[in-house]
Design a protein around this ligand. Structure first.
Ligand code: HEM
Ligand code: FES
Length: 385
């Protein structure tokens, strides 16, 4: 009889599947009814590729993948016999890299760099979608936006991101037939926010109720605040506040008890550029916190689903506008106003005298002196002295 091994539990999108002896990740997922694309089951089509966020990757599972995918932790699930527990995530558009040949590099009238090229394999993109360009050796990454229209234009054309200079690999003497790589196209914002899962009040009690959820969140946010990649997002948020918000949010969604007074994930995270890989990293810290509190793997999977569902509202590659009623509001910009009283600059602590026109950042509210972020106010601005 094949045996389920608790030491080979696979976490994937809110599922926890115990892999049996001699079973591949793909077969374990198919047995457990996990929805995962696949075709050949023999390492050729790469449709079953997933990314390992935590755990050991058996070398055989990466044997047929290029270096950039191996480095990102990608593996073929039909070729992977796990040797221990693994946290896995779906492949992300970040993991798709296409080789391209440069045709032309030009400067536009508004001083941007336009790159005309031929991809070596089909790129399914839409104009205004984002991508990342990098050298053939996969370094010097810079952001770019698609300009061409797939069916109308013979070549593919992108413009390099705002204010971006040329990366070194595009500054060479001879650019003729230069090869480079394109990561993406990266996903665009969904037109509708996520429809949340129905509540599961029994789950809250099975987890251990308020006390246990709070204890896990406290452990989790200790990890987040100590984490070099996640900490910067929380610069202006106290630990108590975020634990309180997250607790009320989860209780409302899982236990169906109203009490969350805050913004929905699309808006609260609108300014945060959070890639799939960073989202996975956060979910891995959550998994560790739940395990440290001895929560059963099946319950972990059920709780995780309530977090995982918000991925499309949170993962993004450039800030989004906030949606407020029917309006879109850009909080990532500066406004100018006339300061009636003297104060100090939030950046350099230098004095700003009364009756000065200052700029402040709309979301974070920091005021800057002329040297730090100053500009002359726009013509006709109400803040004009
Ligand atoms: C890498 C992933 C994530 C990062 C970096 C992140 C970061 C943050 C930060 C910095 C805040 C504080 C915002 C503020 O007070 O201005 C916040 C709030 C919040 N986050 Fe996340 N978050 C992530 C994932 C999630 C997920 C998966 C959920 C869903 C369960 C979630 C739910 C919330 C909620 C409910 C709030 C409170 C919103 C409010 O104050 O009104 N976050 N997050
Ligand atoms: S299913 Fe084809 S490579 Fe795994």
């Amino acid at each position: 009889m094949p045996s389920d091994s608790p030491s080979r539990v696979l976490h994937y999108q809110g599922h926890a599947v115990a892999c049996r002896d001699n079973e591949t990740v793909l077969d374990a997922f198919l047995r457990a009814g996990v929805n995962i694309p696949f075709s050949c089951k023999s390492g050729i089509c790469h449709r079953c590729m997933v990314r390992c966020v935590d755990g050991d990757i058996p070398p055989h599972a990466q044997r047929k993948l290029p270096e950039h995918q191996r480095a990102a932790g990608c593996l073929l699930s039909c070729q992977c016999h796990p040797t221990g527990p693994m946290m896995l995530a779906p492949r992300s558009p970040e993991d798709s890299v296409t080789r391209c040949r440069l045709v032309e590099l030009t400067r536009t009238v508004n001083d941007r760099w336009r790159v005309v090229f031929e991809p070596f394999s089909t790129l399914n993109y839409r104009p205004a979608q984002l991508a990342r360009l990098m050298s053939a050796g996969l370094d010097g990454e810079c952001s770019a936006v698609f300009i061409s229209v797939p069916d109308d234009d013979y070549y593919t054309v992108v413009e390099l991101g705002d204010g971006a200079g040329l990366p070194d690999w595009l500054r060479q003497q001879s650019l003729e037939d230069l090869e480079f790589c394109l990561r993406g196209p990266l996903p665009v914002e969904q037109s509708e926010p996520v429809t949340p899962l129905p509540p599961e009040p029994a789950l809250w009690d099975e987890l251990g109720g308020d006390a246990m959820v709070r204890a896990v969140l406290a452990t989790f946010y200790d990890k987040v605040y100590a984490d070099p990649e996640l900490r910067p997002f929380f610069e202006r948020v106290t630990l108590d506040r975020i634990i309180g918000k997250q607790f009320a949010f989860l209780k409302q969604h899982i236990k169906d008890e109203p009490g969350f007074l805050g913004e929905q994930p699309h808006n609260s995270h609108s300014w945060m550029v959070i890639t799939d890989a960073l989202f996975d990293h956060r979910q891995n810290l959550m998994l560790q916190a739940m395990r440290e509190h001895g929560i059963d793997e099946g319950l972990i999977a059920r709780w995780s689903r309530y977090e995982e569902q918000f991925r499309p509202d949170i993962v993004k590659y450039k800030p989004w506008l906030k949606r407020m009623g029917g309006m879109l509001v850009d909080t990532e910009q500066y406004e100018v106003c006339l300061l009636e009283e003297a104060t100090v600059c939030d950046y350099c602590s230098g004095e700003i005298p009364a009756n000065t026109v200052v700029r402040y950042h709309k979301r974070i509210g920091k005021i800057g002196c002329d040297t730090c972020i100053g500009v002359a106010p726009a013509e006709g601005s109400p803040c004009q002295p």
